[in-house]
Each structure stands twice: as structure tokens, then as C-alpha cells.
Design a protein around this ligand. Structure first.
Ligand code: NAD
Ligand code: LMR
Length: 332
């Protein structure tokens, strides 16, 4: 029997991530090749004409899974009945800026859109915040939508996770699909900690630790970490625009694994509400290794954390605590 369509909201849908993301959703990349969707696209009035152009292109592409398109500048209409909300709307940073430099503009958006989601989205709507500063925007959304479960509000660090997989794959000259279980800890910012201590590579002789195969601690402790931390800035420098296709693809990975489950023996990184695991302060949206089953994420427990890693986990938590205070000062 054909499945009922799922309503998926994309805010900032006239922007560059939106333009890459909506066709992926309409093709089944996010929710699967047998799941029909109705796209809800929100943008602000100055972008209304462009948004309508995106809607025209979606119609022209004749996606079999796409059962309807709502293109609107009305946040209530956009949020009504959605089961998945991908929050991309906001302002991207430009060359030379840190992600938190777009804080004051973007957190205000997340405060106001929290109430619309809370009042009009479907019960149990899953929310993914992409716009920067992603962790703190998600935290503000959570705090101003108290009736949405904390289990349902997340932010995107899957792009960083995928970047880490990509770096290991290039270094070892192995297919990226053979690398797994890297971890991004903390903030989607340059303080994030890309950790390969538990990552493995599939080889003809079974799974081998990345540390054993790379055998170059200098690279793993240095260039690997800084490349992943700075990749967003490197893309901005090269494209004069921030990442879009990789962000859109990673947003699909994040929601797909959350809804459909992570493969056996594999974890992914998601920005989720901290419960104090790994001695990360509770009450931050912090990126952890998670597994997902039946639409619920669970933080992977019990991984040994060495001294160097501990310092890096704490540093990025400190930045998130500062960002939280800064966000509240922007809203007051
Ligand atoms: P963009 O400027 O091309 O598009 C953003 C869109 O949001 C625009 O169309 C704008 O009109 C719209 N918008 C602004 N205010 C809005 C509001 N109140 N409601 C709805 N829409 C609104 O930017 P982009 O390149 O698509 O990036 C979007 C955001 O995603 C930025 O904040 C960027 O920094 C962030 N980003 C995050 C990641 C990540 O991994 N977490 C990766 C890439 C980009
Ligand atoms: C990224 O990581 O590519 C995005 O967060 C955009 C940025 O500002 O770096």
C-alpha cells in the first residue's frame, strides 16, 4: 500500500542550501525512495519571487514522490502539519567572520519561529537546525518551544562528520564508504573536536583502526583536525559562498539516519541536547556520537576519552556556554 505523504518544512528555501536541498528531498534522498512528500518552503518577503521560481522548477522536474508544494512567506502556513522541519533560514557568514558573528541576526529568527513550530507543527515533529550558529540557534529554538520534546530538536554536525570521513578516505586512498565511526564533539565551529580514536576502516582482513592504518600521529593530531575545523572557511574562500551541496546532502543524511535508523555497528554525529554524558554540561546542544533506532537517537556511551580529547571536549563546551550567554544577551 502506498505510504501517506510526509510534510517536510525547509526554511530559507530560496537560498543556496535550499536550492540544493529541496530536489534531494523530492527525490527521496532524505526519507527513502518509497516515501511521498509534501514540501513546505518558507522564506522572507524580499525572497518571495525567487521562492516562487523554486516552486516552478519543482513542478517542472515532475518528481514522482512530490505530492504538493507550499511556498510561502507566512510562518504559520509553513509550519502547519509538518513532521520534519529543516531550519536553514538565516544569514550565512562571509569571509573572515566566525559563525557566531551572525548570532544576533539569526538567534532572533529562531526565537520567533520556535512558537510557530510549537503551535502548528505535527505532534512529534523532528527539527534539524542548519543555520549558524547552528547549536545555539537550536538551543534557543528548544528553550522558546518548551512543549517540543528535547529529543526532537537537533542541529547539523553531520557535515563535519562527513568531512572527517572524507579526509581519512583521501589520506588512506580508500573508499569513503569503508570508513566509519569518526566523531564530531561539540560545536559546529572551529572549536569542534573531530576525533578518530574509535574510527575504523573496512579492509580485506576485517575492520582496522584508523589510527593503526594512518600511523602518523602528527597528521592525526594536527592537519586532520584543523582541516575539518576550518573546512567551512576554506569553502567560503574558494567559492565566495558557504558550502551548499555538501550541507544539503548532510542534512539529508542526518534526517534519514534519525528516521530510518543507523546501520548496525555504526554511529553518526548529531548536535543533540546534552544530558551530562561524557561530563559535558547538561543543557547545551552539543555534538555527540549517536545511534538511531525507531526514530529515536541515543548517545553512544562508555567510549574511553584520553587526556588530550578531554581537553578538547571541554574547550568546545566552554565556547557553547559562552555562545548561550551571548545569545541571551542578543535577545534581551
Ligand atoms: P543563503 O543566504 O543563500 O540563504 C538563506 C535564506 O534564508 C535566504 O533565502 C534568506 O532570505 C532566508 N531567510 C532569512 N531570514 C529568514 C527567516 N526569518 N525566515 C525564513 N527564511 C529566512 O544562505 P545559505 O548558504 O543557504 O545558508 C543558510 C544558513 O546555513 C547560514 O546560516 C549558513 O551559515 C548555514 N550553514 C550551516 C551549515 C552546517 O553545517 N550547520 C553548513 C552550511 C551553511
Ligand atoms: C560550513 O561549515 O560550511 C557552514 O557552517 C558555513 C560556514 O560558515 O562555515
Amino acid at each position: 500500500m502506498a505510504k501517506e505523504p510526509v510534510r517536510v518544512l525547509v526554511t530559507g528555501a530560496a537560498g543556496q542550501i535550499g536550492y540544493a536541498l529541496v530536489p534531494m528531498i523530492a527525490r527521496g534522498v532524505m526519507l527513502g525512495p518509497d516515501q511521498p512528500v509534501i514540501l513546505h518552503m518558507l522564506d522572507i518577503p524580499p525572497a518571495a519571487e525567487a521562492l516562487n521560481g523554486v516552486k516552478m522548477e519543482l513542478v517542472d522536474a515532475a518528481f514522482p514522490l512530490l505530492k504538493g508544494v507550499v511556498a510561502t512567506t507566512d510562518v504559520v502556513e509553513a509550519c502547519t502539519g509538518v513532521s520534519i522541519a529543516v531550519m536553514v533560514g538565516g544569514f550565512p557568514r562571509k569571509e573572515g567572520m566566525e559563525r557566531k558573528d551572525v548570532m544576533s541576526k539569526n538567534v532572533a529568527i529562531y526565537k520567533s519561529q520556535a512558537s510557530a513550530l510549537e503551535s502548528y507543527a505535527a505532534a512529534n515533529c523532528k527539527v534539524l537546525v542548519v543555520a549558524n550558529p547552528a547549536n545555539t540557534n537550536a538551543l534557543i529554538l528548544k528553550e522558546f518551544a518548551p512543549s517540543i520534546s528535547e529529543k526532537n530538536i537537533t542541529c547539523l554536525t553531520r557535515l563535519d562528520h562527513n568531512r572527517a570521513l572524507g579526509q581519512v578516505s583521501e589520506r588512506l586512498n580508500v573508499p569513503v564508504s569503508d570508513v566509519k565511526n569518526v566523531i564530531i564533539w561539540g560545536n559546529h565551529s572551529s572549536t569542534q573536536y573531530p576525533d578518530v580514536n574509535h574510527a575504523t576502516v573496512k579492509t580485506p582482513a576485517g575492520e582496522k583502526p584508523v589510527r593503526e592504518l594512518v600511523a602518523n600521529d602528527e597528521w592525526l593530531h594536527g592537519e586532520f583536525i584543523t582541516t575539518v575545523q576550518q573546512r567551512g572557511a576554506a569553502i567560503i574562500k574558494a567559492r565566495k559562498l558557504s558550502s551548499a551541496l555538501s550541507a544539503a546532502s548532510s542534512a539529508c543524511d542526518h534526517i534519514r539516519d534519525w528516521v530510518l535508523g543507523t546501520p548496525e555497528g555504526t554511529w553518526v554525529s548529531m548536535g543533540v541536547y546534552s544530558d551530562g554524558s561524557y561530563n559535558v554540561p547538561a543543557g547545551l546542544i552539543y555534538s555527540f556520537p549517536v545511534t538511531c533506532c525507531n526514530g529515536v537517537w541515543t548517545i553512544v556511551q562508555g567510549l574511553p576519552i584520553d587526556h588530550l580529547s578531554r581537553k578538547k571536549l571541554d574547550l568546545t563546551a566552554e565556547e557553547l556556554t559562552e555562545e548561550k550567554a551571548l545569545a541571551y544577551s542578543c535577545l534581551s
